[in-house]
Design a protein around this ligand. Structure first.
Ligand code: FES
Length: 244
């Protein structure tokens, strides 16, 4: 099939129709190359927002593959279908009124205990997050570990879409991170202080000035910005943990 094509071109099938596209394109760009216009799911195009979860399969196999359309490069013979996004129901809550416990998570997501350990969620994750492991951490009450393991989640929903037990892993992880941030992690004194100053209009003038500078200057200032000490910073001292 592809041996009749130049090496830099591959044949893909989008919604069943054949297209020849450069082999360097991502699925997202291949759609555009083929003439599709992204109206929804175009997102960040950089593997961060999770808006572009997509499914495809390779020739000669029935197995459905999943990935982020903006990150997955096309391969010869790929069958691609764009399906609607994955709006798994999300609980509403006031995180400040909750406790950082498994029971609090279970009250909102009772399907938590239906996890049967099949690991399909982990295999589906385009960010290579150990999804099943963070669900296990939630179940055993280790919310900080769940927050740590899920930190890179882009909320694409592929884990939930593939889960036979119908867990909404990415919503559960988000709740775990919020509970940890609200109740278990020390407050960042700088964030608290800067938030207060922001509310009082302390930065209004400098924000106006910032809006007027060009992109290069903005990048320079970002690189040179001050950051608060981190625990792996050699200059970090225990007193830095004495947050508000
Ligand atoms: S478009 Fe944002 S992750 Fe793909």
């Amino acid at each position: 099939m592809s041996d009749q094509l130049p090496p830099e071109v591959v044949r893909v099938y989008i919604m069943g129709k054949e297209y020849l596209v450069p082999n360097s394109l991502t699925i997202q760009k291949a759609f555009e190359y083929a003439g599709y216009k992204w109206v929804r799911g175009c997102g960040c195009r950089g593997g961060i927002c999770g808006a572009c979860a997509t499914v495809y399969r390779y020739p000669g196999t029935y197995k459905i593959e999943v990935g982020l359309a903006c990150q997955t490069v096309v391969q010869d013979g790929m069958y691609i279908a764009q399906i609607p996004f994955f709006p798994a129901p999300k609980a509403t809550y006031d995180v400040a009124q909750m406790q950082a416990t498994t029971q609090a998570v279970q009250a909102l997501y009772p399907e938590l205990y239906r996890c049967m350990g099949c690991n399909t969620c982990t295999k589906s994750c385009p960010m290579e997050i150990k999804v099943m492991e963070y669900i296990s951490a939630v179940i055993r009450g280790d919310l900080p570990e769940a927050a740590r393991l899920s930190f890179d989640c882009v909320m694409c929903g592929l884990c939930a879409a593939r889960c036979p037990a119908e867990l909404k892993q990415y919503h559960i992880a988000e709740l775990a991170r919020r509970l940890v941030g609200e109740h278990l992690q020390p407050r960042s004194r700088d964030v608290v202080e800067q938030t207060r100053r922001l509310r009082e209009g302390y930065f209004a003038k400098s924000l106006d000035e910032l809006m007027a500078v060009d992109l290069d200057e903005l990048k320079k200032r970002y690189v040179e910005r001050e950051t608060e000490p981190q625990e792996d910073d050699p200059n970090w001292t225990p007193k830095d943990k004495a947050y508000l």
